[in-house]
Ligand binder design. Structure first.
Ligand code: HEC
Length: 303
């Protein structure tokens, strides 16, 4: 009996818990499901999309968000956005461009970050600033959290290295968030520097105008809008980034590319993992076949 009782108590507690959560927070819109190159057991990253995605990160997102776990040389690793299996025309045979540290694109991307890496000490014992090298991690936009908050209305732009894994809905959520901003509904009053987004988890009841609320609940006929408010203004707009490969220069395309890039950043070894999984399944199927065949053979004359 005790087991049943424990089970009952647990069930009641769970029900009460989820009820409380519902009452406390608003609900946000479910992320729009997207078709991704990398979905499914055979999905792979598209190298052109990764390159465009890096361009979007570098041009827009890197002004506020760091990508601490990614080093420039990672961009030139096999499966990465700028991996080269051989050098472009004009490079001598002495260089192996499949080595990320010698990859000319990676070197040029790192070199753009002038004076942003602290190195040293030099011969006189002083630290000095130099341009980034392929071995350096991509420098973030702010020296510390306080400066980041100061520049962003006291909100902290999260590091984006693992964001596609850290949020429920993953890449669909990141895509929906950056493409899904809407004008705030007329029933809410927002502080300066706040932006309404129906996909951002929040509680819009907190920002409803007082005339629409009574005792913590919306008045009859009014409902709490989905989503929440965040300190990030819509980061993208049509045409702000020039693509070299003729892809559409729209918010949707930028968002799709940067999300694919961020997915790669969070799991650069995804393709190897999937390939290993498929090989393992093929191996197990063959093994099962052999085992079944030997079982029939061994027991063939036993009745
Ligand atoms: C002008 C600064 C700025 C730019 C540019 C910017 N962001 Fe943000 N971002 C922020 C801030 C600030 C927050 C934290 C918002 C909050 O918690 O209220 C944030 C939060 C986020 C979040 C987390 C939302 C969550 O669920 O917590 C994601 C994802 C994100 N940004 C993606 C991007 C992407 C992708 C780009 C580039 C296309 C970008 N941001 C460009 C300032 C910026």
């Amino acid at each position: 009996m005790t087991i049943t009782r424990t089970l009952m108590v647990a069930l009641v507690a769970t029900a009460a818990g989820s009820g409380a959560a519902l009452a406390a927070g608003g609900s946000e819109k479910h992320p729009e499901h997207q078709h991704w190159h990398f979905s499914g057991p055979f999905g792979k990253f598209d190298q052109n999309a990764l390159q465009r995605g890096y361009q979007v990160y570098e041009t827009v997102c890197s002004n506020c968000h760091s990508l601490d776990l990614v080093a420039f040389r990672n961009l030139g690793q096999k499966g990465g956005p700028f991996y080269l299996d051989k050098c472009p025309e004009g490079f001598g045979d002495s260089i192996d461009c499949s080595n990320p540290n010698d990859n000319p694109i990676v070197k040029a991307l790192a070199d753009k970050y002038k004076y942003q890496v602290t190195d040293g000490p030099d011969d006189s014992g002083d630290m000095f600033q130099r341009a980034a090298l392929p071995s350096d991690h991509i420098p973030g936009p702010y020296a510390n959290e306080q400066l980041a908050r100061l520049a962003n209305n006291n909100a902290l732009p999260p590091d984006l290295s693992l964001i596609t894994k850290a949020r429920s809905g993953g890449p669909d959520y990141v895509y929906s968030l950056i493409t899904g901003y809407e004008d705030a509904p007329s029933t809410v009053e927002m502080a300066a520097g706040q932006h309404y987004n129906p996909y951002f988890p929040g509680d819009m009841a907190q920002v409803m105008k007082p005339e629409y609320m009574h005792d913590g609940h919306p008045v009859e006929g009014v409902s709490v809008p989905p989503g929440g408010v965040l300190a990030m203004a819509p980061p993208l707009a049509d045409g702000i980034i020039e693509y070299g490969d003729g892809s559409p220069q729209t918010v949707e395309q930028y968002a799709k590319d940067v999300t694919e890039f961020l997915m790669w950043a969070a799991e650069p070894k995804m393709e190897a993992r999937k390939a290993l999984g498929i090989m393992t399944i093929i191996y197990l199927v063959i093994l099962a076949g052999i085992l079944y065949w030997s079982y029939r053979k061994v027991w063939a004359d036993q009745h």
